[in-house]
Design a protein around this ligand. Structure first.
Ligand SMILES: Nc1nc2c(ncn2[C@@H]2O[C@H](COP(=O)(O)OP(=O)(O)O)[C@@H](O)[C@H]2O)c(=O)[nH]1
Ligand SMILES: [Mg+2]
Length: 364
């Protein structure tokens, strides 16, 4: 899973990136146009440790998440398309966008628009992305029309019709998330990497002093959650970045003092998984315990293909058990004797927290 961190300049994008990636990229870099921070972070998961302890596996491999942190979105970005095509191009490859919205007040950090206004920022970034997508739609449409003006190939006609619907939506200022597309239509335009089609996580960045009044502060943003494929979370990025750089015991003491129960990273990942419809399954044994990410609704064969590309074709069946049941049983034979280890075929839909023992045909 790859997530692009976007937003206006100086709103805390790099600070959020550092918190999530547990890295140390330079913050306050106002002029770092074109500069892109990339990082892969391990997804913390207590279940992984519990399974690894049960099986005494020396190797523990968490699932990972990739982040891209780009320079801020400014009003001129679309006109300066050439300069920014690197940034937009990078964003077109991500699975979801995390838009950092500045809500913290700090006179020493001026806002490019002169005041702190989260709703205005959400609208202006959304508009920039609408315009960027519109440019692609129009370019593609004019090429298709020119190329096929005398022919009536159904495939191209379909694409033209679909792009015209996209154009209409974008011209009315709406993101493509608002379009109700069939699975086939979605497939047809996925290759364009439209920014306004990607699931959107609005990350409200509040200051430490606003923690106590967080419900009040978030009220105006509740409406965005009703929009398709959009979620809202709140975090105090600067505070959380400082926390993520402490050692574990200090972090726990500090979080308890602040009334925080989960780290920003944990909340961010949980929300992203929900937004993208992802789940985690595990493989475990005396050699390695590993967490894997899968799209909800995918089957045991898809899971086998994640674990090893050859396994998908050679798949015979999987034996499946909930991770907690397995930890309670302590071993596969014990789980089997209790009837908790279920044999499942190709069409089994993997569930959150499943442990899979995949049986594949080695001669395949
Ligand atoms: N007071 C305060 N300052 C913050 C907070 N988050 C970020 N900053 C500061 O805002 C400036 C811009 O942050 P940065 O992460 O570089 O923003 P970016 O331009 O969006 O990547 C830096 O000086 C940060 O220290 C916050 O929650 N509170
Ligand atoms: Mg930055």
């Amino acid at each position: 899973m790859k997530i692009g961190i976007v937003g206006r300049p100086q709103v805390g994008k790099t600070t959020v990136f550092n918190t999530l990636a547990q890295s140390n990229a330079e913050v306050g870099g106002y002029t770092s146009r074109g500069h892109i921070n990339l990082s892969t972070a391990n997804i913390p998961d207590e279940r992984l440790a519990r399974l690894a302890e049960t099986f005494e596996s020396p190797k523990r491999t968490p699932a990972t998440i990739d982040y891209v942190d780009v320079a801020g979105v400014t009003k001129s970005d679309v006109e300066q398309a050439e300069l920014d095509s690197g940034m937009l191009g990078e964003l077109r490859t991500v699975d979801a966008l995390a838009h950092v919205v500045r809500l913290f007040e700090d006179e020493s950090v001026p806002h490019v628009d002169g005041s702190v206004d989260g709703e205005r920022d959400i609208e202006s970034v959304s508009l920039e992305f609408v315009l960027a997508d519109l440019q692609i739609v129009e370019g593609r449409l004019s090429r298709l029309r020119k190329q096929f003006q005398n022919q009536k190939l159904p495939e191209q006609q379909n694409e033209i019709r679909l792009l015209e619907a996209c154009q209409q939506t974008l011209e009315s200022g709406k993101p493509l998330r608002a379009l109700d597309l069939s699975i086939n239509e979605e497939k047809l335009i996925r290759g364009y990497g439209f920014l306004t089609q990607k699931p959107l996580l609005l990350v409200c960045n509040i200051g430490e002093t606003q923690l106590a009044a967080v419900d009040e502060i978030l009220k105006p943003f509740a409406k965005y959650e009703a929009e398709p494929q959009t979620a809202v979370i709140v975090l105090a990025a600067q505070l959380e970045m400082e926390l993520s750089q402490l050692d574990e015991t200090d972090t726990e003491i500090f979080m308890a003092e602040m009334g925080l129960h989960e780290s920003a990273l944990e909340r961010f990942i949980q929300t992203s998984y929900q937004l993208l419809g992802l789940l985690t399954f595990f493989t475990t044994g005396p050699v390695e315990t590993r967490a894997w990410t899968l799209q909800a609704g995918q089957t045991a064969v898809d899971a086998a293909g994640r674990v090893h590309t050859d396994f998908a074709d050679a798949f015979i069946r999987s034996e499946t058990i909930n991770w907690e049941d397995l930890v309670t049983c302590g071993s596969y034979p014990e789980a089997r004797s209790k009837g908790l280890l279920q044999a499942e075929g190709k069409t089994y839909q993997v569930q959150e927290g499943d442990v899979l023992l995949i049986l594949a045909n080695p001669t395949h």
